[in-house]
Design a binder for this molecule. Structure first.
Ligand code: RUQ
Ligand code: CUA
Length: 663
């Protein structure tokens, strides 16, 4: 900031909070409680105050909304009876614990939020099985420490962290094919691919022309594209020419080829894009959006009463690109999808703008592809869009198939494949379960489709049922990813874990049952589940799958080769429990390339190599080769040691690096 004097056009923060409070009061006055809540009557004595739970939620919700749903409640009270609002479970809930020695039935892939990683969790046990570093460096897997993964991170933008939001599994025929997991980095506008044979990141794309890839999904039913929404509007191109001219700002929808991990094309639209999902026919990608006012401050962004969901007609956009109907910006074909674009002035626009209540949050397409569900966030409703009508009607109002009133702060919807939708309610701290067909038949704003509401702890964001993004969800279990855990776990200082709650959802109309609280390192934004039979992870490496140009080093190949005046190549095999060379000598200032092959054929025997004072850390799985290049800049003796406990002689698994002074 150049000056301490406040700008006169700056919004008064108190006024913003007041506005949201007013908005929330209006909502509260408007909402009829469809299901009696067992704890509505609960009051808590807190610092001499008697507050109803509703007041507390309101307090949390107001501040949360005013800070972009960051979530922050004044409620720190513990205890109290927070019972399910309806619990007619007939005792049929299966155990979610998996006995020792037995395996989980499903893989869960959690995005790790600003940890930049993916976490692999077994369902239903909720046991964390593995972490896959993506945008972060990670010691246990040597990720960002060996040459190949360091280059991957450098070429993928060179940032030291990412903000993972939406993990998505590759699909074939509307089902997970077990090949890849993709995830976006909201912070630095990137998309990464994880190879599910090795559970390892193998590509990172830094998407041009956008800031913040937020909404992200794979195309259904076959993953021919990945779609990412650039959320923050910036000048296009963002090169300093137009700093404070909002007319020059743009938000872009990006299509990526999942095999080459390169951008195919982008579409410029009005307003800010948020979340995206596709239909099940490879035709439409449907994105939520806000700020149709195109303001650059919060007040301006929420001024109007409605915003527009955007439906992208993917084949027509592809045709426009093929016909050369684009502007090339930073090497990417950018198609004009703004409302007044000539490409939108016909019965067959490339982007359809469908009015919704202001600032909706998520779009999720239901399993049979009939409807897209747009959660209202500031509106207590979910707007259901009839996907077939996108093609047949030129009246956007015809496209709205239903709009049930589900509760306060609806953010995300998931599906069990039995005709039910489940919507997370951030402000109410609940999950609303409702009947999809009943919502089509009911009037707008009806609460009749609601079957059941269940309290969660607290303030849920994403919510996922098993395989909900496929055409045939497995139902059975549902996870509510709650942003706040408050009093549910031991205190661990002022930064709390999140709380992922596991529900058994059963088959009936009122059959949700909370079975587990699960603390999660912040912030696991979203997750996705696949049956274990759909994946086939490798137990050892196949050397023909090596990334980069690396040899397989046997004990006989082990040794030191001088490759130049100031460079040496050290090759070593590793097996229980010795390196192929007991010691090696280099000269001060040499660039050393250390290539290490784990020649074990037995699964689960990992060897590592750490070199003190040189920041060297390799983790090498059976039949894998990893390589690190570094400078030996200080003369002396350095013990190389194995970092993975590989046998009773693991502690003896060492080599010596001798760095002789250079005259
Ligand atoms: S958005 S909490 Cu980043 Cu997934 Cu809805
Ligand atoms: Cu090899 Cu420890």
């Amino acid at each position: 900031m150049a000056s301490d004097t406040p700008r006169t056009d700056e919004p008064d923060p108190n006024a913003v909070v007041d506005r949201y409070e007013q908005q929330l009061d209006d909502l509260l006055a408007e909402v009829d409680e469809p299901t009696p809540r067992a704890d509505d009557s609960i009051t808590l004595e807190l610092a001499g105050l008697e507050l109803s739970r509703r007041d507390l939620m309101k307090a949390g919700g107001t501040v949360g909304l005013a800070t972009g749903l960051a979530g922050c409640s004044t409620w720190v009270g513990g205890g109290g009876s927070r019972q399910p609002t309806s619990s007619s479970n007939d005792g049929q809930t299966p155990a979610h614990t998996v006995p020792p020695g037995e395996l989980d039935e499903y893989y869960g892939f959690w995005s790790g939020g600003h940890s930049g990683e993916i976490r692999v969790v077994g369902i239903p046990s909720m046991r964390e099985l593995m972490r896959i570093p993506v945008f972060n460096t990670e010691g246990a897997r040597g990720y960002g420490h060996d040459d190949t993964t360091s280059e991957l991170l450098a070429e993928g933008g060179g940032y030291s962290w990412g903000d993972n939001h939406h993990p998505a599994l590759s699909e074939t025929g509307g089902d997970y094919d077990g090949e890849y997991l993709f995830v976006n980095d909201k912070a630095n506008g990137r998309i990464a691919r994880v190879d599910l044979t090795y559970f390892e990141t193998d590509a990172i794309l830094d998407v041009p022309n956008v800031q913040a890839v937020h909404g992200f999904c794979v195309q259904s039913p076959d993953t021919e594209y990945l779609f990412g929404n650039g959320e923050f509007r910036t000048p296009l191109p963002n090169d300093g020419r137009a700093l404070d001219s909002p007319d020059e700002y743009a938000s872009l929808f990006t299509a990526v080829d999942p095999e080459s991990m390169s951008v195919e094309w982008q579409v410029r639209v009005d307003g800010n894009l948020d979340i995206v999902d596709t239909d099940k026919d490879g035709r439409w990608a449907i994105a939520s959006a806000y700020n149709s006012e195109e303001a650059t401050d919060v007040q301006g962004m929420t001024h109007d009463d409605r915003d527009f969901v955007k439906a992208f007609d993917v084949p027509r956009i592809q045709q426009a690109v093929d016909a050369g109907n684009y502007e090339e910006i930073n090497g990417v074909p950018v198609v004009d999808g703004r409302r007044d674009s000539p490409l939108n002035q016909s019965d067959t626009p490339i982007v359809r703008y469908i009015p919704t209540p202001k600032s909706p949050h998520c779009v999720e397409v239901g399993p049979n592809g009939d409807y897209a569900f747009v959660a209202g966030k500031l509106s207590p409703t979910v707007t259901m869009l009839d996907i077939a009508a996108l093609d047949t009607s030129s009246d956007p109002d015809d496209v709205v198939a239903g709009r049930p009133k589900v509760g306060l702060g609806p953010l995300h919807t998931t599906f069990d494949g039995n005709g039910h939708a489940y919507t997370s309610l951030f402000i109410d701290s609940q999950v609303a379960k409702w009947d999809i067909q009943a919502a089509v038949e009911a009037d707008t704003n009806s609460t009749e489709p609601i079957l059941e509401k269940y309290d969660v702890h607290y303030n849920p964001g994403h919510i996922q049922a098993l395989e909900a993004m496929t055409t045939d969800p497995a139902g059975e279990w549902l996870v509510s990813l709650n942003k706040l855990s408050k009093d549910r776990f031991l205190d661990v200082g002022p930064i709390h874990p999140d709380n992922d709650q596991l529900f058994h959802i059963g088959q009936g109309e009122k059959s949700m049952e909370l079975v587990a609280d699960h603390p999660a390192y912040p912030e696991p934004h979203d997750c996705v589940f696949a049956h274990r039979d759909k994946l086939s992870p490798a137990k050892t490496w196949d050397p023909s799958d090596y990334k980069g140009d690396k040899p397989f080093v046997t004990p006989a190949d082990s040794g030191v080769e001088r490759t130049g005046e100031r460079s040496v190549h050290v090759r070593a095999s590793a097996m229980r429990s010795e390196y192929g060379i007991p010691d090696f000598q280099v000269k001060e200032g040499d660039e050393v390339t250390l290539t290490l092959t784990n020649i074990e054929e037995v699964p689960d025997i990992i060897h590592g190599a750490a070199i003190p004072a040189h920041d060297i850390n390799l983790a090498v799985a059976p039949q894998d080769t990893r390589q690190a290049t570094f400078t030996a800049d200080e003369p002396g003796v350095y013990w190389v040691y194995c970092t993975y406990f590989c046998s009773a002689l693991h502690l003896e698994m060492r080599s010596r690096m001798l760095v002789e002074p250079r005259e």
